[in-house]
Write a protein that binds this ligand. Structure first.
Ligand code: SAM
Length: 267
């Protein structure tokens, strides 16, 4: 299998997490999972050489893409000519204000085979803008998708699971093997759908407080909650929340984290 550049494009850049999808069957499955409908505003993160961009554009007629690698932009624009209306934003996705991008229009449908080296920061960034997003379809490291969807008590359960599940419904869709990419990554991949929950649905009174409690609890996951949260939650807060202070973060459900952070936020 060739790992050289596609015609018109340079070599893949490792530092930018460039692993380009080339297996048609997986490309079609992702585009089918998104199934853009008339009027949808579709935004792709990291279009690369256009593996998803071109089929999405042909199907939907319009697409906004966010790409950091300047070298990819001219060949991508050329490749897309005649396929539809392509808006290219040349920027680091972590600096894109998705709320402003959505503006007064419909909430965004975001798609991306993400650069794996910065997938967690991207996911946290998207959570911050989830009110402006209708749904997201992301290709990620399989292990990251397992962490996102993990249930309390499992080895994979952690801060990413709690923070994402507080903000979104997390639906793992299917796995993708390394050979589907050029060059192949060293890990298995998976596609996940994220559907932001309506504002307030998780019942969190103070999002900053909730984030601080979750961060501290998993920052020292081997300690009991009493110790890990000593600066944030006292015995009265555990009692008010109905949470055992002798338990550990990995055992606590999302609802228990919400109750504990709400109890500690109110005094
Ligand atoms: N979508 C293409 C595909 O499926 O073949 C490329 C996917 S590749 C895994 C990740 C893409 O994200 C690359 O095009 C890379 O240049 C781009 N990228 C990396 N870091 C980025 C960043 N901070 N902001 C925007 N794009 C980035």
């Amino acid at each position: 299998m060739s790992t050289g550049p596609a015609p018109g494009f340079g070599r893949a850049k490792k530092a930018l997490g460039q692993h380009f999808l080339h297996e048609q069957a997986y490309i079609e499955r992702i585009v089918d999972a998104v199934s853009p409908r008339p009027g949808d505003r579709v935004v792709e993160i990291g279009p690369g050489q256009g593996a998803l961009t071109l089929p999405l554009l042909r199907r939907h007629g319009a697409l906004t893409v966010i790409e950091f690698d300047r070298d990819l932009i001219a060949p991508l624009t050329r490749a897309a000519a005649g396929d539809g209306e392509l808006e290219v934003i040349h920027r680091d996705v972590l600096e894109v204000d998705f709320t402003a991008l959505a503006g007064d229009g419909p909430p965004l449908r975001v798609v991306g085979n993400l650069p794996y080296n910065i997938s967690s920061p991207i996911l946290f960034h998207m959570i911050d803008h989830s009110a402006a997003i209708a749904d997201m379809h992301f290709m990620l490291q399989k292990e990251v998708v397992e962490r996102m969807a993990a249930a309390p008590g499992s080895r994979e359960y952690g801060r990413l699971s709690v923070m994402l599940q507080a903000a979104c419904l997390v639906m793992p869709l299917f796995e993708v093997p390394p050979q589907a990419f050029r060059p192949p990554p060293k890990v298995d991949s998976a596609v996940v759908r994220l559907a932001p929950r309506p504002a307030g649905e998780a019942g969190i009174d103070d999002p900053a407080r909730f984030a601080a409690v979750v961060r501290a609890a998993f920052g020292q996951r081997r300690k009991t909650l009493r110790n890990a949260l000593s600066g944030l939650c006292g015995p009265e807060h555990f009692e008010a929340a109905g949470v055992d202070p002798g338990s550990r973060a990995e055992r606590l459900s999302l609802e228990e984290f919400v109750r504990l952070s709400n109890a500690s936020a109110t005094g």
